[in-house]
Write a protein that binds this ligand. Sequence first.
Ligand SMILES: [Zn+2]
Length: 120
Amino acid sequence: MHELSLAQNILEIVEQHVPREQSRSVKSIKLRLGEMSGIVSDSLEFCFSAIIAETPMSNALLEIERIPFILACRTCKNSFASQAGVVLCPECGGYDTDVVSGTEMQIVEIELRETEPSQC
Ligand SMILES: [Zn+2]
């Protein structure tokens, strides 16, 4: 399962960035996910919540920002949002296009809860 190994990767990245004693305070993890990344966001969210359930991070939320698939035409310099798999430029009909966005998967922010003052 592709999404499961990705969810594990995300957890590892978060663990590398957040000191162990603060992992309980992880509030949310913001993720940019391209429409053409081939990742099913619902499935990724499901896998992620499943694997963090047994960790101190169990309350963390995965916030997924969907990034549209954008192409740029080399011939007429037009850039356009594309439907899955279609790489033809709607302006000139050219297919000499570069991918601008939509294939990425990156963590952009790890948000921590304000630490409450200790009670003792
Ligand atoms: Zn064009």
